[in-house]
Design a protein around this ligand. Sequence first.
Ligand code: UDP
Length: 239
Amino acid sequence: MGDHRRVVLKMSGEALASASSEEALDAVVVERFAREISEARTELDIQLAVVVGGGNIWRGTIGAGAGMDRATSDTMGMLATVINALALQDALEQHGQDTRVLTAISMAEVAEPYIRRRAIRHLEKDRVVLLAAGMGNPFFTTDTSAALRAAEIEADLLYKGTHGGVDGVYSADPRLDPNATRFDEISFMDIVAKDLRVMDLTAITFCKDNGLPIRVFDLMPEGNLRRALSGEQIGTLVR
Ligand code: UDP
């Protein structure tokens, strides 16, 4: 892929939550991710945009399931991602990384609005760009937002960091089926045909249509994020 790789990293909100307490955001975990991002960027010349989820705080389906209006509940989910982005920004800046939070819902007092050309400009100036509030529309997920933003900013690769203990794409759910095997590489077609749950289908078909490869890996083991960003072939490559 050569120098100046431009990549988008999708981090699920739940990855930022504490394993050991009730806190939605664990400062120790956030700090470790920031450190690994900063180490990877020191090792390699990468332009990095991060799309962060909000599932550690709120998910649209929680409210909708309890009878709330879906669009309102989804808006709450998008706002949750802004909280996570600010936490990541703080941690990244403590590691000396210049960062900008860009939000798809404008809130000028807090962050810049997402403007495609501006996002690219920040990347060219070597800033980590944190993309918050998903794509600004209800009924979508941050997985789909990450795919859309990756295409918009012409990223080479979309990293999908998982947190549930599944370190790639398997032939079946490895938590249920002991015979499940992990693919080093798999096609978009096979993901859809075999109904493998990696990202939501909207995100997968979008990546397929736009020729955007995805590397699925486990965010949680220490060092994995740094290894993935550094170009190690961990997890599964979907293309
Ligand atoms: N969301 C939305 N539109 C978007 C992105 C996110 O409505 O473009 C809402 C949706 O309700 C979602 C919530 O924000 O449940 C949090 O995002 P997500 O569930 O993708 O977070 P993750 O699972 O990655 O933590």
